[in-house]
Design a protein around this ligand. Sequence first.
Ligand SMILES: [Zn+2]
Length: 245
Amino acid sequence: MKKSIAGMFAGIAFGVASMGVLASDWSYEGVEGPEYWGNLSPDFVMCKSGKNQSPINITNLVKGKLPRLDVNYSAAGKEIINNGHTVQVNYQPGSTLTVDGHSYELKQFHFHTPSENHINGQPYDLEAHFVHADKDGNLAVMAVMFKVGKENQALNAVWKDMPEHKGDKVEEMHAIDGASLLPKKLAYYRYNGSLTTPPCSEGVVWLVLKDVQEVSADQVAKFAGVLEHPNNRPIQKTNARVVIR
Ligand SMILES: [Zn+2]
């Protein structure tokens, strides 16, 4: 019974809503690490059999006319949680990303160190994922890369509420506007991919911003220290996909 209910909701929307619920079922190292995710549960089968998995090395670019990204976020971070896999800011309804007239709502943003996607073979020190869903549950993830350099003031606003242990949650976090973490120019690469965590559901539109932000070594170290392990899934095969620039 339990299994059939899990199966019913094993779609993409489930992956977003319940990252915390699945948190104990997999990890980034050892026998529950990324190479075994596809064997840990029937719900995770896409992690090993999918052909459009994320992250990837963004290369072999095809020139296209990509529509402008229209970001309309408000300062509506609701709570910040440490689920053992990442530190995540859950967002209140009403903040949107519009691409070519198609509207997605911002659900949450979270971080990976080192970066998951690479650009022309290069990994970055930190990657933020802004996870959006449209009214039908289709996902669009906007990714922002950070390299070590100057301290990032916008990131400090998130980091000061950092929940330090797995399972910790700060519900009354400072008002945080996700847009403050974005570069001014929203030029991007686009490819079709998946969630980078189980259940690795596909059909996710990836929008990887070209402009790289800076972060201090101390800021990266604070996040890495809280997680106690790297939280990047290894690069996946591109297979038949192209990346549009
Ligand atoms: Zn992510």
